[in-house]
Design a binder for this molecule. Sequence first.
Ligand code: CP
Length: 312
Amino acid sequence: MVAFPAKHLLAIEGLEPPHIADLLDLAESYALLNRSGKTQRDLLKGRTLINLFFEDSTRTRTSFELAGKRLGADVINMSVSTSSVNKGETLLDTASTLNAMQCDLLVIRHAQSGAPALLSQKVDAAVINAGDGTHEHPTQALLDALTIRRHKGRLEGLTVAICGDITHSRVARSNIHLLTTMGSRVRIVGPPTLIPADAARLGVEVFHDMKAGLKDADVVMMLRLQRERMSGGLVPSAREFFRFYGLDAEKLAVAKPDSIVMHPGPMNRGVEIDSAIADHPTRSVIGEQVEMGVACRMAVLDILARRLPRNR
Ligand code: CP
C-alpha cells in the first residue's frame, strides 16, 4: 500500500492510480467484513467524527454514520436546520466551533463548490467532501468504481456511459476523473443543454443520442436531473426527457448484453430511468452501490485517520 498523499479527501482529481487502487482494495476488505457481520470497533476508538450536512442526504450521511460506528468512532450528526447557522453563524465560525471540540474527522456537504476545501484550511480535523455544489462527490465515485470492479473484475478498458444531467452533477465529475485515471473509456450522454462547456478537457467522448452513446457499453450510469441547481428551463417536460434520455429496455438493448446499470440515487423513476430497469434483478446494481458506500467510507475514514496525530 502506498501512503495516501493528503490529510483530507476533497476531490478525486489529483489522485494517482495507486492511491485509488489502494482505497478500493481496502474498501473491498471492508465489504467482506461487513458481509461477515463483524466490526472493527477498535480502529477509530477515541476519535470523533462529525457529519455536517448543509444539503439533504439519505445515503451519504447514513453510510458515513454507519462507517464511523463500525470502526468505533464517536459519531455526531449535526443538524444544520436546528443549529446556530440559522442565527446567522457563518460556515467558518461553525467550523471553528467544531474544531474547538477537537473533532478528528469532519464530513461536509455544502451547496457551494469549494466549501470543504475552504474549511480544510481552517480546522485541524481531516475534512472529507461529501458533495460540494457541482464540483465533486469523491466517495460516490469510489463506491461506483468498487461496484464496477466487483462485477467486471477491472476498470481498465471498460466503456462507461454516464447519462443525463452532466452539467450539474458532482457525481459525474468525480466519476469522470476516477474512471479516466484508471483507464476506462468514458462517454457522456445528454442533451446539449446538460453537457458542460469544458467536456472536451475532461477526456471523454460526448453523445447527444442515447442509442449512439450506449452502443456496446459495459456500464450505463444514469443521473438525476438536478433541477435545484438549474437556473432556467434547460430541459423540456419530464415526459419528453424520458422519451429521449430515459433508460428503458429498448435503449439498454444496444449496450453489451452483460452491461450493468447504475444510479447514485435518489432516483426519479419515469424521468431518467424506467422502474423495470431500476429494479432489474440481474442488470441493476443500484442496491449494491449503496452497500459499497459503507465499505468505501470505512476505507476513507481508516486511511485518513492513519495520518492524524494520536493525542488530539
Ligand atoms: N448519492 C447520494 O449522494 O445520495 P444522497 O444525496 O442520499 O446522499
